[in-house]
Design a protein around this ligand. Structure first.
Ligand code: KIV
Ligand code: ZN
Length: 388
């Protein structure tokens, strides 16, 4: 893959599913995995095989059914039994990846793992090596990387690459990083780790401070070439970086990034809707890219501008992300131009006097209602009985 293509690693089925109340059954996972393949993601993290028999079965089924169309990945802690189990689930896929992780921050080493630095380095080498014995596509993640002491992080990353990791993922596990902090971390790895060019650097950002997408983009600027993300930003706590936002930021600002992805962007809205319906996690109306209001305009000045030239108030085409088109919402902020335009599209061409009366009726109604629908406008016109 060329250096200006970002690999999109989707973890909706693993990190996304860890979101409280979002668990999916086997059939739902398969449906989402199929949709992700159609969307064009490069890698699907299908689950954590050792976590439960259901997770194992989901990864195995997805690997068997879709492993010839994209790369299927399974997560494993730095433990032999996890790695063996992950491989057992993945082994029939044509394209598979084992993702091994081990925490490296002082806080995780002290309280969670109760391991010293030397033990972390030794285990990384041993377990990445074990995974590499099964499969030549290995990802290693130093969990809580953004709170890890930088020299130590460099040492662990170097060790993982020497042991056979082909992707090194740098998780901002608790959403602690800021864009310039994360950018500098990636730059440091790029310049201080001697064998870094033998692996792809990946981002994995959580959204606790609302910075997951900004941090991921900063890492891309610093040289990361894989982005881990989820549909609708699903994920633990405040979620993961939202796939649709990253992809559309890279596409819309290709003048700046000069980077592409393999995502078929017209599939974003249908995929978002599917994930929302199977998880029961509603997408907020004003959610960037896929929210119901993402391409809706109500203010009169905006609607007037849009009617003259779409790009006055839209930086993306709604059709490019899978919406049918722009939605000029008629409400109390709308002006005469938008109202006139809607009347024409509904087949009405009232004279000036009738238009003024119906427009006044519309403003009165809009004051009482949040949104005025086409059926309301038809009713207003019928009341005036001036249909042409
Ligand atoms: O957030 C995190 O650190 C993770 C790792 C398992 C990659 O999800
Ligand atoms: Zn995560």
């Amino acid at each position: 893959m060329s250096d200006n293509v970002i690999r999109i690693f989707d973890t909706t089925l693993r990190d996304g599913e860890q979101s409280p109340g979002c668990s999916m059954n086997m059939a739902e996972k398969l449906e989402v995995a199929n949709a992700l393949v159609e969307l064009g993601v490069d890698i699907i993290e299908a689950g954590f095989p050792i976590a439960s028999p259901d997770d194992f079965k989901a990864v195995k089924t997805i690997a068997e059914q879709l492993g010839d169309r994209t790369t299927i990945c399974g997560l494993a802690r730095c433990r032999a039994e996890d790695i063996d189990r992950a491989w057992e689930a993945l082994k029939h896929a044509q394209n598979s990846r084992i993702h091994v992780f081990l925490a490296t921050s002082a806080i995780h080493m002290q309280y969670k793992l109760k391991m010293a630095e030397e033990e972390i380095v030794r285990r990384t080498a041993e377990m990445v090596g074990r995974a590499r014995g099964y499969c030549d596509n290995i990802e290693f993640s130093p969990e809580d990387a953004s709170r890890t002491e930088l020299d130590f992080l460099c040492k662990v990353v170097e060790t993982a690459i020497t042991a056979g990791a082909t992707t090194v993922n740098i998780p901002d596990t608790v959403g602690y990083a800021t864009p310039s902090h994360y950018y500098n971390m990636i730059r440091t790895l790029k310049t201080q780790v001697p064998n870094i060019d033998q692996a792809i650097i990946s981002t994995h950002c959580h959204n606790d401070l609302g910075l997951a997408v900004a941090n991921s983009l900063a890492a891309v600027e610093a040289g990361a070439r894989q982005v881990e993300c989820t549909m609708n930003g699903l994920g633990e706590r405040a979620g993961n970086a939202a796939l649709e936002e990253i992809v559309m930021a890279l596409k819309t600002r290709s003048d700046y990034y000069n980077i592409t992805t393999n995502i078929k962007t017209q599939r974003l809205v249908p995929t978002s809707r599917l994930v929302s319906s199977v998880t029961g996690m509603k997408v907020q109306r004003n959610k960037a890219i896929v929210g119901q209001n993402a391409f809706a305009h109500e203010a009169g000045i905006h609607q007037h501008g849009m009617l003259q030239e779409r790009t006055t108030y839209e930086i993306m085409r709604p059709e490019d992300v899978g919406f049918l088109g722009t939605n000029l919402v008629l409400g109390k902020h709308s002006g005469r131009h938008a109202f006139q335009d809607r009347l024409t599209s509904l087949g009405y061409t009232p004279d000036e006097e009738t238009f003024q009366k119906v427009f006044d009726d519309f403003i009165t109604l809009a004051d009482k209602k949040k949104e005025v629908y086409d059926a309301d406008i038809v009713a207003l016109m019928e009341q005036r009985s001036h249909k042409v």
